[in-house]
Design a protein around this ligand. Structure first.
Ligand SMILES: C[S@@+](CC[C@H](N)C(=O)[O-])C[C@H]1O[C@@H](n2cnc3c(N)ncnc32)[C@H](O)[C@@H]1O
Length: 239
């Protein structure tokens, strides 16, 4: 006889995430999950940890330790709470500071980043601080110092996995990585929606040059190509 008792749905408290992760973060987590074997046992660093969700995902994949740096003290507080709540407090370490400064002299097996790299001047978008996504006129104000300092913070054989707008001059990133002895490859390309609020702030020269190339517009809707880029020695047998 079929069971006619009512289905019990567990009650989950509805809590608005303090810092809502974006599609950029989702794509980064997807790329990391698709190669999670390389995360297991790794000492991981994230520059610009925001909500802390990427560190949480890496800890869930078995990272030996997760270290996060963010310039925003609220992001550090939120990340600390998330990692503690999920039971990763003992393997996590969070610092408030600028880029490489809090981890000077230290090296990691894996470094991840979804830096502010949207080509626009610092401005508040969607209630987030200007430091959340603005990367200056060419989008590179954080990308460039990140790439220049990367080799000093990767352990031998280590690699970085980062988000990279296709309209932020991937060739320059390749050259900067090569200058510090690191090969760069695109692991994944996907489209992300660019909101009208963001679009009006975008550097006009970039928009003009990239529309039809890496930026695709359909009436009122605009999408940009987002790349997940790996930097570091390729693993044998990988693409
Ligand atoms: C696009 S958000 C990344 C968010 C994160 N992946 C998430 O999903 O929550 C970029 C982050 O970089 C941080 N940031 C901006 N400038 C920084 C700097 N100079 N050093 C360290 N972090 C920085 C911002 O505060 C923000 O949390």
């Amino acid at each position: 006889m079929p069971d006619s008792s009512p289905v019990t749905v567990p009650v989950v408290p509805v809590v608005a995430p303090a810092l809502r992760p974006s599609e950029y973060t989702a794509a980064l987590i997807q790329a990391l999950r698709s190669d999670s074997g390389r995360v297991a046992g790794a000492r991981v660093l994230e520059i610009g940890c925001g909500s802390g969700v990427v560190l949480a995902a890496l800890a869930a994949m078995g990272a030996a330790s997760v270290c996060g740096v963010d310039i925003e003290s609220n992001a550090v507080a939120v990340s600390t709470r998330l990692l503690d709540d999920l039971g990763y407090g003992a393997v996590s370490e969070l610092h408030c500071g600028d880029m490489w400064q809090p981890v000077a002299g230290r090296r990691f097996d894996m470094i991840v980043a979804n830096l502010p790299h949207f080509p626009m001047q610092p401005v508040e978008i969607g209630g987030r601080l200007p430091t959340w996504s603005a990367g200056g006129a060419d989008g590179r104000s954080l990308l460039d110092p990140f790439l220049k300092g990367l080799a000093d913070h990767l352990a031998p054989g280590g690699r970085a996995v980062i988000t990279h707008n296709a309209f932020d001059d991937l060739g320059r990133s390749r050259d900067l990585a090569a200058a510090v002895g690191l090969p760069l490859r695109v692991a994944l390309t996907t489209l992300v929606y660019i909101s009208p609020e963001k679009l009006v702030q975008m550097t006009v020269e970039v928009l003009r040059a990239e529309t039809g190339r890496t930026i695709h517009r359909y009436g009122p809707y605009t999408f940009g190509e987002l790349q997940i880029v790996e930097i570091g020695p390729a693993v044998e047998g990988a693409d």
